[in-house]
Ligand binder design. Sequence first.
Ligand SMILES: [Zn+2]
Length: 548
Amino acid sequence: MARLSLSLFAFLVVCLLASPGWSQQPPPEAILFNGKVFTSDLAHLYVEALAIRGDRIVATGTSEKISALAGPQTKRIDLGGRVVIPGINDAHYHLMIHSTVFMLPLKGMDPTWPEVTSELASALATAQRGTFIVGETGGAVLEDPRATRATLDQLAPDHPVMLATWTQHSAILNTAAIKMLGIKENEPDPKGGWFGRSADGKLTGLAMEFARFRLHRRMSEMASEEEALQQTRDFLNEAVRFGITSVQNMSEPASPEMYVHLLEKTQTPIRVRIMRYLLTDKNGPIDEGRDLPRNPSTLITVSGTKWMLDGTPIERTAAMRQPYSDRPSTTGYLDFPEKDVEAMLRKSLHDDDQVMFHAVGDRAAETLLNAMDATGGVAVWARRRVRIEHGDGLVPELAARAKTLGVVVVVNPTHITLGDLIRKRYGTARAEQFFPFRSLLDLGIPFALGSDGPMNPYLNIMLASTYPGKPREAITREQAVIAYTLTSAYAEFAEMDKGSLEPGKLADLAVLSQDIFHIPAEDLPKTESVLTMVGGKIVYDAKVVNSR
Ligand SMILES: [Zn+2]
């Protein structure tokens, strides 16, 4: 007992000596002052200034207090009244890696078949024989009976052609594309997906869900090293200009190994988390990325596994509890039965690895929640931060269950712009309840933001804080920034290290070109970072902030 007290005493002395005021700390390496620093920390939402030593923030407060800490060597960054936010953490992203293809210049997100064939004809007139032609379409082409392998073969016998929905969940290919992407005529369906087949068993050219995802992977493998590196560099340059300092990237289309390689080669200036995203063959999931270290370098983390549980409303493959309003013969498609979802959950427990599920329809969300109950319920899952990606179908009753199970929800504001199509597919009553934002926050569900598309965080903040078509689900801009920073960090178990601007946390931040909390909403998408820091290091500088 006496010895314990003695060591406790010694420990306290060490603590006191280590705290500022008792020992001589060197001055900070940099201070940022004279700003409106939004911290994402509810206890002190705004400060004027902060000090950085090494890769961490060591103090925050008034400009006066922080300036007093500076020494002769300290870099002084005068913010000139600008807004600073914690670096954006895009919690759901897909870095696209692909070989150079001829993209059909289609207008809008849902071109018609005649529009596609007309653009295809012009492309064929100019594109060299063998050039891979890709058209990004919506639901209209997918369900046009003329859009088949046979028709595409007639139109383009010498060019591989793929018409793919922009959701990446379905595609129609001609014979040349089928060959190029290595699909055999007797290719078995992978688990969780299927190839369209005619009565005689011949491939119709349609690839859905996991049959489609593997084609996306093949296209990333066809990219040359130089193409892949350039696409990675473009992504990283865009990220730092937006003040994005962390990205959680699904290993889709490329493999986790390829992403790690590309990020190492380009010396990523931002933090990138790679989440495994397993493809399947006819027997089930093909494991990958397990040999990668958790931290191949300081800025790269490999962790977590993402699963697709269903499709999207565009293809009517989001798994619904009630039939689609505009096609009552279907309730969508659940990629895996509940037993398989239980196995995915058990695997995440066994590997002590976070697991996240793309669940769009309410049946997909319900299946996951049932599987969580069947594998231990609250006692097992409350602290494991199982993630639902998108979560469109988290209607109040399912959202309440998700909250109890400690589920983290990552939503993508650009998806709410599909309002009209959603009303068509789901009917008005369901559309009213689907895509909850504010109601999830009000329930106390950890609510993070990811782009899953256009990366511009300020476009996403505008959409989340105005919620076109359903303003009662809008959240405030402050809530949106917290969701994009602190809660996104929570969604990757990193909130102790980043996500808010507080002493002890990593100095990941962005000085913004305009005051995102006060400008008119429609101006938000024009916002850029003028200075981005990752771990106290300037990774982007538009040279408009004075420093000395
Ligand atoms: Zn996604």
